[in-house]
Write a protein that binds this ligand. Structure first.
Ligand code: ATP
Ligand code: MG
Length: 565
């Protein structure tokens, strides 16, 4: 491609709406333009990278035995009502009606559609296993679209769905996807870790996320400092810290006027947060749930939702609900006499002695409270793991980092096949539900994550595998006919050899050309300047400071060799 003919709008200024490097650089390099909040147009340079990532995904999915198809993006509500997710998805789903008032949505994900395809097409165990995938645009009306295509409302996803006759078969399908995902991200030049993820209230099954470590990530990942254990914080089990055993003292009610928060209580009682158990009240659909954790701990809401068997909506209770449950002002909640549907008690509390809780009476707390003697509840793991907690695998220390989820693999089991009656006939002629897995990769998010990991003060540093163009040939002075004709010759030869190459034939100053080449991140630069008088051109790699002079007649072969490696 000749730059003089290309629609390329590079920007020198950082667009004010973009907070993170990948978003800034995608706009500055003219890869995409914003249409509306979380909605972007991919420009010629951007779509090339999207296609390259898609092709890597496609090659690896095909290699793993999966088959590509393309389902519709406009989905009838009936399917979603069958699985029960029409309401569950909530405001994240873009809903629309046709001229006859029939309800549809723009597909946010396709479990229902692929289950429907499977129940119509799969009759017998002989057709199994089967893994179907598509690369398609998805729509989610995200609460907070941000960071460009990292979290957009329209994005490209590769989604795959596997169908097996039993759990053993699912294990095999799942492992194949795990391996394919590792190859895909590696080929895209992305360093990421596969971490254990929450698999929801269904439990049992398995789920893992592919995470890119990054401070701007919205997920928290727990890593072991010694072994290979890694999990999403939502999933990571906590180990209770054992309190020192004490004689049980008599329960006492204490007047604590205007002392509500843990900080105020610590001061008032002149003690440590480990001596308190806080009681947080949530609303889960139409149920009220109280959760107790040690004063210095945080509730892991995902663990709570799983314990109560799932919830469509889950949020902190409002003031009036708190007052109703505790018969007191906010700040005095405790387990004794509380009126809730579930009282969940973090297992750490069971090992505490003579601690302090709210008395469910305005202006009062109980002291010398002990689990089992003074109250009981559902005991389990309900707190968030913190830095320094012990690894569930090896017992050494855990550390926490932020991460961006680029892919997710998930054992669904028979959740959808049962609710949507997707069955097959097994070897004995018996009807059985299909055993399913689902596997997603955010194609456009992966693109942004690669930039997030590969950039410097001058612009993007594309890994060769997904660079929009691998080489750029720059005649320093376009008006110099000799430079231009040598540059064109190199450009033509590289093109003829199937190499994605740009020729910067614009009538611009050399500085502008170099700046643009660095900004858009082309891995290899061939500079055709004064040295042609000595029969030389300059070869420069984007990720290195050094450059080397190469004979004009050798440059094409050298590049071909280099890119073949
Ligand atoms: P998140 O927690 O980030 O919202 P998710 O759990 O909703 O992700 P999945 O439903 O598992 O995501 O979708 C599969 C993949 O699609 C994700 O791993 C991610 O790479 C991508 N993805 C999801 N939502 C978005 C979005 N709003 N913008 C861009 N990519 C997205
Ligand atoms: Mg999401």
């Amino acid at each position: 491609m000749k730059l003089s003919q290309m629609l390329l709008g590079t920007l020198r200024e950082i667009p004010s709406e973009a907070e993170i490097p990948s978003h800034q650089l995608m706009l500055r390099a003219g890869m995409m333009r914003k249409m509306a909040s979380g909605v972007y147009n991919f420009m010629p340079l951007g779509i090339r990278v999207v296609k390259k990532i898609e092709n890597i995904v496609r090659e690896e999915m095909d290699k793993s035995g999966a088959q590509e198809l393309l389902a519709s993006a406009i989905l009838p509500s009936e399917l979603w009502k069958e699985s029960g997710r029409w309401e569950v998805f909530g405001p994240e789903m873009f809903k629309l009606k046709d001229r006859n008032d029939r309800e549809f949505c723009l597909g946010p994900t396709h479990e229902e559609v692929f289950t429907d395809i499977a129940r119509n097409e799969i009759k017998s165990y002989k057709q199994l296993p089967l893994n179907l995938y598509q690369i398609q645009t998805k729509y989610r009306d995200e609460r907070r679209p941000r960071f460009g295509v990292m979290r957009s409302r329209e994005f490209i996803m590769k989604d795959a769905y596997s169908f097996d006759k039993d759990e053993k078969g699912l294990d095999v399908s799942y492992k194949k996807m795990y391996e394919a995902y590792n190859r895909i991200f590696e080929r895209c030049g992305l360093k990421c870790s596969c971490v254990e993820a929450d698999s929801g209230a269904m439990g049992g099954a398995g789920s893992a996320e592919f995470m890119v470590k990054s401070d701007i990530g919205e997920d928290e990942i727990v890593f072991c400092t010694q072994c290979d254990y890694a999990a999403n914080i939502e999933k990571a089990p906590s180990k209770p810290e054992l309190g020192e055993k004490e004689e049980l003292n008599a329960l006492a009610k204490f007047e604590t006027p205007n002392v509500r928060t843990i900080e105020e209580l610590i001061k008032f009682f002149n003690t440590t947060p480990k001596k308190f158990a806080k009681t947080l009240i949530y609303k889960a659909d139409d149920k009220v749930v109280a959760v107790m954790v040690r004063g210095d701990r945080e509730v892991n809401e995902v663990k709570v939702v799983n314990e109560i068997g799932g919830a469509i909506s889950f949020e902190m209770a409002n003031e009036s609900l708190v007052k109703k449950a505790t018969s007191a002002e906010v700040g005095f909640a405790g387990p004794i006499g509380i009126k809730v549907d579930f009282l969940l008690v973090d297992k750490e509390i069971v090992n505490m002695y003579n601690f302090i809780v709210g008395a469910n009476e305005t202006g009062y707390h109980y002291t010398n409270v002990n689990y089992g003697r003074d109250f009981e509840g559902i005991v389990g793991d309900f707190r968030k793991v913190v830095e320094g907690d012990t690894c569930p695998k090896c017992g050494k220390k855990l550390t926490i980092a932020r991460g961006i989820e680029v892919g997710h693999i998930f054992k669904l089991g028979t959740k959808y096949s049962e609710s949507m009656n997707a069955v097959f006939l097994d070897e004995n002629g018996e009807t059985k539900p299909l055993v399913m897995g689902c596997y997603g990769i955010g194609v456009t998010r992966t693109l942004a994550a690669v930039i997030e990991q590969n950039n410097d003060e001058n612009g993007i540093l594309w890994p060769v595998s997904i660079a929009p163009y691998k080489v750029i040939v720059i005649p320093v002075v376009s008006k110099n006919n000799e430079q231009m004709s040598i540059a064109e010759d190199i450009y033509n030869k590289l093109s003829q050899n199937g190499i994605d190459v740009l020729l910067d034939d614009r009538n611009e100053r050399a500085g502008v050309k170099f700046k643009d080449a660095d900004l858009i991140g082309i891995p290899i630069k061939i500079i055709v300047g004064k040295k042609i008088n000595e029969g030389m051109v300059e070869l420069k790699f984007r990720n290195e400071n050094l450059s080397e002079d190469v004979e004009i007649e050798n440059i094409v072969n050298k590049i071909i060799k280099k890119l073949k490696k």
